[in-house]
Design a protein around this ligand. Structure first.
Ligand SMILES: Cc1cc2nc3c(=O)[nH]c(=O)nc-3n(C[C@H](O)[C@H](O)[C@H](O)COP(=O)(O)O)c2cc1C
Length: 191
């Protein structure tokens, strides 16, 4: 049975727990290229991505955990162990940042962030269409400057927007429970 692309969109679900295999180079290129189709006011191209794979993921785990502790944020030993166990299996993380481009004052900051959000949504859908699971997380020290600066995104020039984990779902997700859209929609006629 073929599923129309629009129906396929409705089957996307996030999968936090993913393992190898992750996307190969050509699939990864498709996922990243999908981000380039996001709407982008002023063609600012504010999206920035850092690929984290292999040993880099273990290093990121150390960086995030030490950064969270150094910032005095709570991190229970159980949560730390769970984070390491989670990342141990993840084959690919993509760190996401929004370039602020202070010189351009015409387009508000929130529109750059929205463009990056739209880019990430395209990546989530591309990963799904390629048969992978993906999960957007703002854990792992996303709001700790020491962590995001070590990833190359200083707080002055960027807004760090988290990570995408992409790979093969450890467990096939069941169908998502989604709300009926009617409760979120009104019709405005101006009359
Ligand atoms: C910007 C952003 C950050 C998120 N950060 C987290 C996070 O740190 N931890 C978490 O459990 N879910 C986080 N989520 C939610 C998950 O990515 C996911 O959307 C949620 O588990 C629901 O799954 P669904 O996408 O299948 O509806 C975040 C979502 C967004 C949009």
């Amino acid at each position: 049975m073929t599923v129309a692309p629009v129906d396929y969109l409705l089957t996307r679900r996030s999968s936090k727990f993913v393992q190898a295999p992750g996307p190969d180079e050509s699939q990864l290129a498709q996922i990243l290229q999908a981000a380039m189709s996001a709407p982008d006011h002023g063609r600012l191209q504010p999206w920035r991505f850092a690929l984290i794979r292999g040993q880099g993921i273990a290093r990121l785990a150390d960086l995030a955990i030490s950064g969270i502790k150094a910032a005095g944020l709570p991190l229970a030993p159980e949560k730390e162990a769970n984070t390491r166990r989670w990342l141990d299996r993840v084959p690919l993380l993509i760190a996401i940042a929004c370039k602020l481009d202070h010189a351009n004052t015409k387009i508000p900051e929130q529109e750059r962030m929205l463009a990056v959000g739209a880019a990430v949504m395209n990546m989530l859908n591309a990963a799904h269409m390629l048969g992978y699971g993906a999960f957007w997380s703002t854990g792992l020290g996303s709001y700790v400057d020491e962590v995001t600066e070590a990833l190359g995104f200083d707080a002055l020039d960027y807004r760090f927007m988290g990570y995408l984990a992409i790979g093969t779902p450890v467990q096939a997700p069941g169908p998502a429970q989604r709300p009926d859209f009617h409760q979120f929609v009104t019709e405005w006629t101006g009359a």
